[in-house]
Design a protein around this ligand. Structure first.
Ligand code: SF4
Length: 234
């Protein structure tokens, strides 16, 4: 089997896995090409920058010091069996496993049901704007299928929307929240869009990007739909 390709690592975080001290592994490869991507170097599949066995040894030395390991990307499930096998090994060390995913691989999500304890699922836009944002036709339907499946597992779930005003309006954000809530999601996060410094196409103003966070009516409406809503305004 091909080795897992790791393109980045955060050794300690309190914000990437709710309620847990965790490390984050950023895996190479993503099937989408989001116009706001802040990790474009991770989109191509290719050689990783870390030796997976050295990372595994390092994780083993963190047993008892960290509670969880988050697989992020890129899209961690794009490496399919290599990711799944590595996740299981890390899980066997005793870590809770988190996954940040764009939901593009619902069938692979089913394969990690017994290994992954929590996912942060990107619900990037309404169906109307999904293709514009991601460049891929089927991305919305696959994400919805993933959401439906993961809700059915009863495992931990946060649905998150990054509010890039080029692709998401305040009306869209409420529609996204209503759709996620109707499908059974209990936890939602609204994330501020921060332009990637090398991108030349962020024709948005600070006020455009802030509008989702200073509308009290919108906040009240969204918060009424979920058990928890996190506003990530930085
Ligand atoms: S899903 Fe994430 S990693 Fe993939 S292109 Fe979109 S923003 Fe970048």
């Amino acid at each position: 089997m091909k080795q897992i390709q790791i393109g980045g690592l955060v050794s300690f975080t309190t914000i990437d896995y709710p309620g847990k001290l965790a490390a984050v592994l950023f895996l190479k490869g993503c099937p989408l090409n989001c116009k706001y991507c802040s990790n474009p170097h991770l989109i191509p599949l290719g050689e990783g920058e870390y030796d997976p066995e050295k990372v595994f040894d390092w994780l083993r030395a963190r047993v008892g010091k960290l509670e969880g390991v988050v697989f992020s990307g890129g899209e961690a499930l794009m490496q399919a069996d290599a990711t799944i096998e590595y996740m299981k090994r890390v899980h066997d060390l005793g870590f809770a496993i988190g996954l940040h995913t764009n939901g593009f691989y619902p069938d692979l999500l089913k394969k990690v049901n017994d290994t992954v304890d929590w996912i942060g699922l990107d619900f990037k836009a309404t169906r109307e704007h999904y293709h514009d944002l991601t460049g891929i036709d089927v991305a919305y339907d696959r994400m919805i299928e993933s959401l439906k499946y993961w809700v059915s597992t009863g495992h931990g779930l946060e649905v998150r929307t990054t509010c890039d005003p080029r692709f998401v309006s305040k009306t869209d954000l409420l529609e996204i929240a209503q759709t996620a809530s109707c499908m059974g999601a209990k936890n939602f996060a609204v994330q501020k869009y921060t332009p990637y410094h090398e991108c030349e196409c962020h024709e948005t103003s600070a006020a455009d990007r802030e509008q989702f966070f200073n509308d009290e009516e919108l906040k009240k409406n969204i918060e009424s739909l979920f058990n928890t809503v996190v506003w990530r305004n930085n």
